[in-house]
Design a protein around this ligand. Structure first.
Ligand code: VTB
Ligand code: MG
Ligand code: MG
Length: 322
């Protein structure tokens, strides 16, 4: 059983990662932004009372120095959990000073997160009203009709988020043919998926192909929000196809919410690094930094927005200017 107080501990982790990477905003250096987030996230983890194992992380042990898949996290006491991290979801976003970069992590009871390999996943995601109405195998127009009906809107009122990639030309064409509107994003489909569950973001559905790890993280978020994500792994070569077989995943099968994250003992936390529709980015005010975090727990369904004000005098390591 996870302690609900873990939620606040996770907030401390994503806050630290977001603040550290925010200093790289617009500087064109995505690896530096990513490293700053990863280091900050890793440093806080060992103070957290849990027995965590990274199942979605920054790579395999031999290729990543920290937050690698299989790495153990936490004080070694407390609940046994699976940990999924994306310390900086949107490295290119930060490098360009764009929208919706997040420091994000999710935990669930041990064994409950899909250990998604780093490959592409086709996704469709919606908020609570449209749960049970979408089908990733159905034509785009049918999904749009279903969401419009569920939200008591016309198709023309809908906004679909799609990553701006040539691989999405057909989807974009079909959305336009259907008469719906589109928000093209350069990166960041975790935010794209989560945003569908919040009316104030103005987006209704996410379509398209992005990372499988991001798909699992977004699914935890949507589970907390009562939304839905469906995914299909899209191996690009023999080796990736073999990985799916080894994991016992039939790639023709649709991955539903319970395949992506089993049960409901799961927590999701995301802190804005740059501004987005849902979360403001980190603001550096001189003596302090301000952060904006979304933290939620599937079991209770509680959704919290937490504003942090962090003293850079007392905690100068939060933003290390070199
Ligand atoms: C995807 C998406 C992520 O990077 O992984 C994308 O899920 C990479 O896609 O949200 P491309 O191979 O087309 O560049 C993100 O946008 C950011 O990590
Ligand atoms: Mg990453
Ligand atoms: Mg990412």
């Amino acid at each position: 059983m996870m302690e609900r107080s873990l939620s606040m501990e996770l907030v401390r982790i994503t806050e630290a990662a977001a603040i550290a990477s925010s200093k790289w905003m617009g500087r064109g250096l995505k690896n530096e932004a990513d490293d700053a987030a990863t280091t900050a996230m890793r440093n806080v983890f060992d103070t957290i009372p849990m027995r965590g194992v990274v199942v979605i992380g920054e790579g395999e042990m031999d290729e990543a120095p920290m937050l690698y898949i299989g790495e153990e996290l936490g004080t070694g006491q407390g609940p046994e959990v699976d940990v999924a991290v994306d310390p900086l979801e949107g490295t290119n976003i930060v490098a360009a000073g764009g929208w919706n970069a997040l420091a994000v992590l999710a935990i669930a009871d041990r064994g409950n997160l899909l250990n998604a390999p780093d490959m592409y996943m086709e996704k469709i995601a919606v908020g609570p009203e449209s749960v049970g109405k979408i089908d990733i195998n159905a034509p785009v127009i049918e999904n749009l009709r279903a969401v419009a009906k569920a939200k008591n809107k016309d198709i023309e009122d809908l906004v679909a988020t799609v990553m701006n990639r040539p691989r999405h030309d057909q989807i974009i064409h079909e959305i336009r043919e259907a008469g719906a509107r589109i928000k093209l994003i350069d990166d960041g489909d975790v935010a794209g998926a989560i945003n569908t569950a919040f009316d104030q973001t103005g987006v209704d559905i996410l379509f398209g192909i992005g990372g499988a790890p991001e798909g699992v993280i977004a699914a935890v978020g949507l589970k907390c929000l009562g939304g839905e994500l469906q995914g299909k792994l899209l191996p690009q070569n023999e080796e990736e196809a073999q990985r799916c077989i080894d994991m016992g995943i039939d790639v023709t099968k649709v991955l539903k919410m319970d395949d992506l994250v089993k049960g409901d003992d799961a927590i999701f936390a995301a802190t804005g690094v740059t501004d987005g529709e849902l979360l403001r980015g980190v603001q550096l005010k001189g003596g302090f930094a301000e952060s904006h975090t979304l933290v939620m727990r599937a079991k209770s369904g509680t959704v919290r927005f937490i504003e942090g004000r962090h003293s850079l005098k007392k905690k100068p390591n939060l933003v290390m200017h070199d």
